[in-house]
Design a protein around this ligand. Structure first.
Ligand SMILES: [Zn+2]
Length: 306
């Protein structure tokens, strides 16, 4: 069985976002819209319910661990977290790593590009280099399936990183040239049953290789950042279109809802929702539209067993 728990389901900034007074953010603060607050994206997975892996390390990682008892220590110095997987180098996916500095060995799975983007020139990373093997990096090669281990033994889960159209982390723009390893999605497969989770929380374009990676999955998590291309400009809270920020919108003729209509996974879930997204409002027409098409919208605390 693949056990999945959504710890955080919002895009960078969370919902509500500290400096945003848009309809959604103000509405959720004041309780005037039908919506629940969400922390920044992170999901935990396990094959046995005892050893766990995190997909992305959000700035709210401490709250995520404390809020989910299976991630609590079982003895004085301990953690059921056997590894943390990074889809890209965005701060909302990596910043949580620096909060795990309390002298405990960590295993991090990422592409070489994402590893370098986080470690090079980052003086704060030294807090994770206080003793040998504080961090063990497991390098993910595109298209190669790797076994995920727990205490040196097979965890029952394997992972494959799939290149996805995206971009470098904002803080690396202008420092490094774009590379296919900058942004990946994961296919996580349980060895015993073959059950598969496709995790694609940041997708700049729906390409044939993205569609292929979703095929045969029992559950798909997909980029739900924006409903429409001009969501930020239309609300007056930004100038960039969704595509400029490497997120394919959900709605519209060229949106993911239309382009992924052929995806047959029994569970299809939008995650990484920006606070401006009308999908956050449970009674919005956009929400009704995706649900009619068989898609769900992730929320913090959502649990799935495959
Ligand atoms: Zn907002």
């Amino acid at each position: 069985m693949v056990l999945i728990r959504v710890l955080g389901s919002a895009a960078g900034g969370g919902f509500p976002q500290w400096n945003c007074g848009c309809l959604n953010c103000q509405g959720v603060r004041e309780g005037t819209i039908r919506a629940v607050a969400r922390t920044q994206e992170s999901v935990s997975v396990s094959a046995d319910g005892k050893t766990w892996f995190l997909l992305n390390a959000s700035p709210e990682i401490r709250q995520h661990i404390e809020g989910f008892p299976p991630l609590h220590p079982r003895k004085p110095r301990d953690s059921p977290l056997e590894g943390i997987l990074l889809t890209n180098g965005d701060l909302d996916h990596c910043l949580g790593l620096l909060s795990l500095r309390e002298s405990y060995p960590l295993v991090l799975y990422a592409t070489e590009r994402v590893r370098r983007g986080f470690t090079e020139g980052n003086v704060l990373y030294r807090t994770l280099e206080r003793f040998p093997e504080q961090v063990t990096w497991r390098t993910l090669k595109l298209g190669r399936e790797e076994e995920m281990t727990a205490g040196g033994r097979p965890s029952g889960l394997s992972i494959e990183a799939v290149a996805v159209p995206g971009k470098r982390a904002l803080h690396l723009e202008g420092l490094v040239t774009p590379d296919p390893e900058d942004n990946v999605g994961f296919r996580i497969r349980e060895s015993a049953t073959g059950r598969a989770l496709a995790y694609f929380s940041a997708v700049g374009a729906v390409t044939p290789s993205v569609c292929q990676a979703l095929e045969g999955a029992d559950c798909v998590f997909f980029d739900g950042t924006f409903w429409s291309s001009d969501e930020l400009p239309a609300l007056g809270v930004g100038t960039k279109r969704a595509e400029d920020m490497a997120h394919v919108p959900v709605g519209g003729e060229k949106g993911s809802l239309a382009l992924l209509a052929g995806v047959g996974a029994p569970r299809r879930i939008y995650i990484h929702l920006n606070n401006t997204n009308p999908l956050l409002r449970e009674d919005s027409p956009e929400r009704a539209r995706v649900e009619t098409c068989g898609w769900e919208v992730a929320y913090d605390g959502m649990e799935i067993a495959l």
